[in-house]
Design a protein. Sequence first.
Length: 398
Amino acid sequence: MHKKISVLYLSYDGLTDPLGQSQILAYLSRINKEKNVDYDIITFDKPENFVKNSPRVNEILKTTTINWHHLTYHKSPPILSTVGDLYRGWKKIEELFKTKHFDIVHCRGYMSAILGQKVKKKYGSKFIFDMRGWWPDEKLESGLWGNPIFKPVYKYFKKKEQQFFEESDISVSLTYAGKKEIVDHFHQPESKVRVIPTCVDFNVFKAFDETTRNNIRKKMDIPLDAFVVIYSGSMGANYPPKDILQIFEAIPSTQKKYLIVLSKEDKNLIIEASKSFDTDFQIRFASAEYSAVHEYLQASDLGIILYKMAFSTIGRSPTKLGEYWACGIPAISIEGIGDLDFIAEKYNGTGLILTKSDFQVKNKIEFADKSILRKNAIDYFDINKGVEFYSTIYSEIK
């Protein structure tokens, strides 16, 4: 029997965040159980999420041999709190290396890559930079780093970015568009840059069910015969509320249109944005735990995917497309986001409508069979592909 591969997985996102459950735990628990991989995971968890979601995370971890080391995430004061978190993260890493050696340090995002780079230098572990998009540029383009105080922070991370690409044993991009940028402008060999889109757990995002659809519509006071569009996810910054409403307004329909906004963000972002329109929007707001998101998707006829168009958009891999398709609903978005143009071409436009940046939808929307959309989702976004992808990389570089 082959010796188990030992991986130290670092994430500045918490395992108790919704994203931590969908994009970290869903992968690693499967790899741990199905492949010869042992994990120690260090995450930085927000106190409110930890209290709320740690019992659920621990229940999942009980079925694995994963060791979870959760540290507290600090938000303020800006910059200094992050430096403090990284210091505590490094102390935890040093503590773990006293009793074991890790073959690989797998770093999710830029912040954890700062620690992973040090691990490789001090302990000789192989280093995976799993970039998850062009994070410094996302921050700058969103306006969140608009204050001059962040100018040196942006420069620092762009310098580190170059180092991460050069010093990592493998870099992982969510998109082929992102890989092209790394190869062409950061002069990295193609063999060192791998691509995996964000994947979907089809046990969580269930196939369309008419009863679920009707129950949610009744609960939200939406007529059963209405045309329902959903926007699911973050709002503000790189997800402009005004653009969400603009694309909703442009969607043609002979039925009365309703918009479901499924988000944990302040609904006033949408309410304020709606004041600049003459349209009397029919909007319903909801928030749901990760395990219940599919119910609201199934209550809809069409899903919106939207990002602010900027350089960092090349690295976007909208998980929502896979989730929408898994639940049998098509999506509408704009051209030039990550690999969406490639995906639309791959599936002959089935289930994905792309518009120009003026948001105009000129043609009648064609609706594919729900089972075909789920089949497409499984073909492109299946989490088991992610399991094979990462376990293959581990075996190659260990």
